[in-house]
Design a protein around this ligand. Structure first.
Ligand code: C2E
Ligand code: CA
Ligand code: CA
Ligand code: CA
Length: 275
C-alpha cells in the first residue's frame, strides 16, 4: 500500500510536470505567434431585429498555430490571462479591429472584447485614445465589451477607468449579462451603454419558462433603464419571434452568420479589398 502510494505521488508529480511544460510551451507559442502574425480577427454581425440590417460587428480573435492549426479562444484566452500575455494580445486586438473598421466605407459600430486585466490597467484609457488617434477611428463607433469579472475585483478603480473611457466617446457594453453573481447590482453601479444578454438564456427561450422569463424581464429592465439591449447566440427563427415580441431591438448569432474575416464581410462594410 505504501509503494502504491509513492507510485501515485510520482504519477501525480509527472502529471503536474507535463501540465507545467505544456503551459510553458503554449505561453512561448503565444509570444512567437504574435511575432509571426498567427493571430487574426473575425467579425460577427449584429443585426437590427425589425429590418435585419447589419448595424455593427463584434471582433473575435483567432489563432492559426503553425503546427496545431486553428485554436479557439476558449483554449488560449484563459492562458493568456493567467500569464499576463493578454495585455499584449488585447492591445493587438484593439489596434487591429480599430484599423480594419476605420477602413470600412460604412461607419458601422465595432465591438471589441476587453479582458479583466486590461480594464484593471490605469494606462488603458490613454492607450485607447492613442489607438483612436493612430487609426482615425471615430470614438463613437467603438464599443468595449466588458464582463462582470472585469470589474468585480476593484469596483472603484474600474468605475474610474470606465468613466475615462466614456469621456473619450467610446461606449461600454456589459457582456454575458446574467451569468455573473451580481449582474443587477452592476447595472446599478456602472454607466453601461448596452446590455448583451448571454447566449445561455437566449438558447432556451423557446423551450424553457425560466429562460424566457429571464430574457423577457431583462428586456423590460433595459427599456426602463433606457439602455439598448442585444440578445447573443440567436440561432432560430423561433428565438427571433420571441425576441421581437418582447421588444428586443438587436441580435447577434449564427442565424445571421458565423464570424467572418474582414475580406468576407467586405461587401457589407464597403471595405476596399486590396489584391
Ligand atoms: P463572447 O464575447 O461571449 O463571444 C461570443 C461567442 O459566441 C463567440 O465565440 C461566437 O463565435 C459565439 N457565438 C456567436 N453566435 C453564436 C450562436 O448563435 N451559437 C453559438 N453556439 N455560438 C455563437 P468565440 O469566438 O469562440 O469566443 C469565445 C469567447 O472568447 C468570447 O465570448 C470571449 O469571451 C473570448 N474572446 C474572443 N475574442 C476575444 C478577444 O479578442 N479578447 C478577449 N479578451 N476575449 C475574446
Ligand atoms: Ca463579447
Ligand atoms: Ca458574450
Ligand atoms: Ca458568452
Amino acid at each position: 500500500a505504501k509503494e502504491a502510494g509513492a507510485g501515485a505521488v510520482r504519477v501525480y508529480d509527472r502529471a503536474i510536470d507535463d501540465l507545467t511544460r505544456a503551459h510553458v510551451e503554449m505561453t512561448m507559442a503565444l509570444q512567437t505567434g504574435i511575432e509571426r502574425n498567427e493571430f487574426f480577427l473575425v467579425y460577427q454581425a449584429q443585426n437590427d431585429v425589425e429590418s435585419r440590417a447589419v448595424v455593427g460587428y463584434e471582433a473575435l480573435v483567432r489563432w492559426r498555430h503553425g503546427e496545431r492549426g486553428l485554436i479557439p479562444p476558449s483554449e488560449f484566452i484563459p492562458l493568456a490571462e493567467s500569464t499576463g500575455f493578454i495585455h499584449r494580445l488585447g492591445d493587438w486586438v484593439l489596434k487591429t479591429a480599430a484599423l480594419e473598421a476605420a477602413g470600412w466605407a460604412r461607419p458601422l459600430s465595432i465591438a471589441v472584447n476587453v479582458a479583466p486585466a486590461q480594464l484593471a490597467d490605469i494606462a488603458f484609457p490613454l492607450r485607447v485614445q492613442q489607438i483612436l488617434n493612430e487609426t482615425g477611428l471615430d470614438a463613437r463607433r467603438l464599443e468595449l465589451e466588458i464582463t462582470e469579472s472585469g470589474i468585480i475585483a476593484d469596483q472603484q478603480k474600474a468605475l474610474a477607468i470606465i468613466q475615462q473611457l466614456k469621456q473619450l466617446g467610446v461606449r461600454i457594453a456589459m457582456d454575458d449579462y446574467g451569468t455573473g453573481y451580481s449582474s443587477l447590482s452592476m447595472l446599478q453601479s456602472f454607466p453601461f451603454d448596452k446590455i448583451k444578454i448571454d447566449r445561455s438564456f437566449v438558447d432556451a427561450v423557446a423551450v424553457s419558462r425560466p429562460s424566457a422569463a429571464i430574457v423577457r424581464s431583462t428586456i423590460i429592465l433595459s427599456h426602463s433603464l433606457d439602455i439598448p439591449v442585444l440578445a447573443e447566440g440567436v440561432e432560430t427563427e423561433e428565438q427571433m419571434d420571441f425576441l421581437r415580441q418582447e421588444g428586443c431591438l438587436c441580435v447577434q448569432g449564427y442565424l445571421f452568420g458565423k464570424p467572418q474575416t474582414a475580406e468576407q464581410i467586405a461587401a457589407v462594410t464597403g471595405m476596399a479589398v486590396s489584391a
